[in-house]
Design a protein around this ligand. Structure first.
Ligand code: FEO
Length: 399
């Protein structure tokens, strides 16, 4: 897409990425894509704010060239050093020989480590203002949103906040870049939540700190480095991020995420009985086959709902590995304070229920009594499963 003016003298020059399969090398975005939003602020001095992935260097450079010769740049602001925003740094270093790289103190050694850049690097402090002429750039440290060196940049005369990862989302931009033009907001909110839980959620405390810190600024536009730019209702995405970050210390709303796996169908038969029980209680239910669903898509449901049901057979005295791997990532992301229960089949040994407790030992999860059965479930087992699911779901409705 061509450059788009956000405010007079401030341009979006981002690029869509629809060819990278895995964000951060692990989170699937084949269907959704992602955008790397970069911005140009043109005044007496000219500043570039955040860059793009090195894999998108060619289209990104064209975006810059459509507006200016990079040799005219005075500043290159790197809010955050992760290579999805800095991959083009070495290229810009050579094409913009008059530009200073503006980074935080913790960003400076990262710029050297990732790109070998040590010259023309200027450390900016928390709250520092750099004048561009009529416009200015003010920097605010927001450590761990998403890395320790991260800052955001604010342009005070227009109220544009360049927030980098904060308030971003997956999803290549579909023609429009603004919230008031976007054709499918449900898709975008869903992908923002998936991005939040995959990438940022472990740092929810710093997210809340950043929102509090930036709360006093008159913000007219939230311009993150991924996804939509919020100009009609800039506080909408801030409020969503606040809600999602708050869930790090709360159990979530009534609802069940049922994560299951089945080797020969016996646990799957039981899973359907348990699901019927949950349905009888009228509680929302999302079912994921862990062997066939990337955990990226499971995490958002676990994050926002209070209940987790794990259905899996015992496999070599342990939890069925695809389910164990999903649960392991849930533990890695520190999804805390859930109510949980295990059900599943065992053959010659139990062990799955024990491993559920081990994997989630540091998460403060309340585990209810497991439902285990030997081999294939009998009709009586299935009735027990239905009652098990209903009782579990009803317990989520209790205060
Ligand atoms: Fe979009 Fe933490 O990089």
């Amino acid at each position: 897409m061509p450059a788009i003016a956000i405010k007079p003298g401030i341009y979006w020059i981002g690029v869509n990425d629809r060819t990278t399969d895995l964000f951060e090398g692990m989170w699937p975005i084949q269907r959704e894509g992602v955008s790397y939003n970069s911005y140009l602020v043109l005044d007496e001095k000219k500043a570039l704010i955040d860059l793009a992935s090195g894999r998108q260097e060619a289209p990104y450079l064209q975006q810059i060239l459509d507006l200016i010769n990079p040799a005219e740049l005075d500043y290159i602001v790197l809010n955050h050093m992760e290579p999805d925003h800095t991959g083009a740094a070495r290229l810009l270093y050579h094409l913009a020989p008059n530009a200073q790289f503006l980074v935080t103190a913790k960003g400076k050694p990262m710029l050297e480590a990732f790109y070998g850049i040590t010259e023309r690097v200027r450390v900016v402090g928390d709250g520092e203002v750099v004048s561009l002429g009529q416009k200015a750039l003010q920097f605010f440290a927001v450590p761990f949103v998403h890395w320790p060196e991260t800052m955001v940049t604010y342009e005070p005369t227009t109220g544009v906040l360049f927030s980098c990862d904060a308030f971003g989302g997956y999803g290549a931009l579909v023609g429009a870049i603004f919230d008031d033009e976007y054709p499918d907001m449900d898709f975008y909110i869903r992908e923002s939540l998936r991005y939040y839980v995959n990438i940022v959620a472990r740092f929810s405390g710093p997210v809340l700190n950043a929102i509090a810190k930036l709360g006093g600024l008159p913000i007219s536009v939230v311009a993150p480095s991924h996804g939509l730019i919020w100009r009609k209702n800039p506080m909408h995405i801030v409020q969503l991020y606040r809600e999602w970050a708050t869930l790090a210390s709360e159990p979530g709303k009534p609802g069940v995420t049922l994560i299951y796996g089945s080797m020969y169908g016996n646990t799957e038969v039981m899973m359907n009985a348990v699901a019927a029980g949950v349905a009888h209680a009228g509680v929302p239910l999302a079912i994921f086959d862990a062997a066939r669903t990337h955990v990226s898509y499971i995490l958002p449901s676990v994050w926002v709902h209070k209940g987790v049901l794990i259905g899996a057979p015992t496999y070599e005295v342990s939890l069925f590995p695809p389910v164990a791997q999903a649960l392991g990532m849930i533990a890695h992301k520190r999804v805390m304070n859930k109510k949980a229960a295990y059900f599943g089949s065992y053959g010659w040994s139990r062990g799955a229920a024990r491993e559920c407790l081990e994997i989630t030992a540091k998460l403060n999860w309340q585990w209810q009594e497991p439902l285990e059965f030997n081999g294939a479930p009998t009709t009586e087992d299935l009735h027990r499963g239905e009652a098990f699911g209903e009782a579990f779901a009803r317990s989520l409705l209790e205060a």
